[in-house]
Design a protein around this ligand. Structure first.
Ligand code: C5P
Length: 227
């Protein structure tokens, strides 16, 4: 197990990925984007023509596919069966369909196992997702839960899409985000919720750099206590 495990959980578009990546950079730690894993499995299942609500078929796709995740140059590069799919896993159809893999207990079990294996080989790790502090790394050194007002999260997502040349309606983005929140919070296995010992940070009024500084201050405080 890594010497330092920091988990960041939270709802869709709460800024987790960006913050986790920057925090990892500042701490010289590895970064794990577990959402990319659910997305990659979803894309592989869609391409294989699997029935998304059939857990056995999803597991079959995991068994027969080769997944590679690497965090370099500030982004998570994802390959399925040797082909890079970093952009494809961010598409709206994959985003909407990821709920099936996320709700399948044995798929979650498998992905959590892969997450722990990854962490075991790292000195320090910042990992982000929905269940990192509650399930995957319940013994993590420091747990954060990032949240923000749904309207603000929708605005951020809209700005991101705009920067990528895509114009989308704010209401529709917010509805899709709230839909994903509901489905993440209501599943039985690994539901989205703050761990009992998580530090909850509301980022509605904060910029990315402010959030990173806040988290770093918490890490410093905890680590100085650890010696
Ligand atoms: O974080 P991101 O939006 O990339 O995650 C994609 C989907 O994967 C989420 O909507 C969520 O349902 C699922 N997920 C999960 N557990 C994680 C990470 C992501 O269920 N640890």
């Amino acid at each position: 197990m890594a010497n330092l495990v920091i988990t960041i959980d939270g709802p869709a578009a709460s800024g987790k990925s960006t913050v986790a990546r920057l925090l990892a950079e500042r701490l010289d730690a590895s970064f794990l984007d577990t959402g990319a894993m659910y997305r990659a499995v979803t894309l592989a299942a869609m391409r294989a023509g699997a029935h998304m609500s059939d857990e056995d078929e999803l597991l079959g796709v995991i068994e027969s596919s080769e997944f590679e995740f690497s965090a370099e140059a500030g982004k998570t590069t994802v390959c399925v069966n040797g082909v890079e799919v970093t952009e494809q896993i961010r598409g709206p159809e994959v985003t909407a369909n990821a709920r099936y893999a996320a709700a399948a207990p044995r798929v979650r079990e498998k992905l959590v196992e892969m997450q722990r294996q990854f962490a075991a080989g790292e000195e320090r790790i910042v990992t982000e997702g929905r269940d990192q502090g509650t399930v995957a790394f319940a013994d993590a050194d420091i747990k954060f839960y990032l949240t923000a007002d749904p309207r603000e999260r929708a605005r951020r997502r809209q700005a991101e899409l705009r920067a990528a040349g895509e114009e989308r309606n704010l209401e529709q983005i917010q509805t899709a985000i709230e839909d994903r929140d509901n489905s993440d919070q209501s599943r039985t296995t690994g539901p989205l919720r703050p761990a009992d010992d998580a530090i909850v940070v509301d980022t509605t009024e904060l910029g990315i750099e402010e959030v990173v500084e806040k988290l770093l201050a918490c890490v410093d405080e905890k680590c100085s206590g650890k010696g």
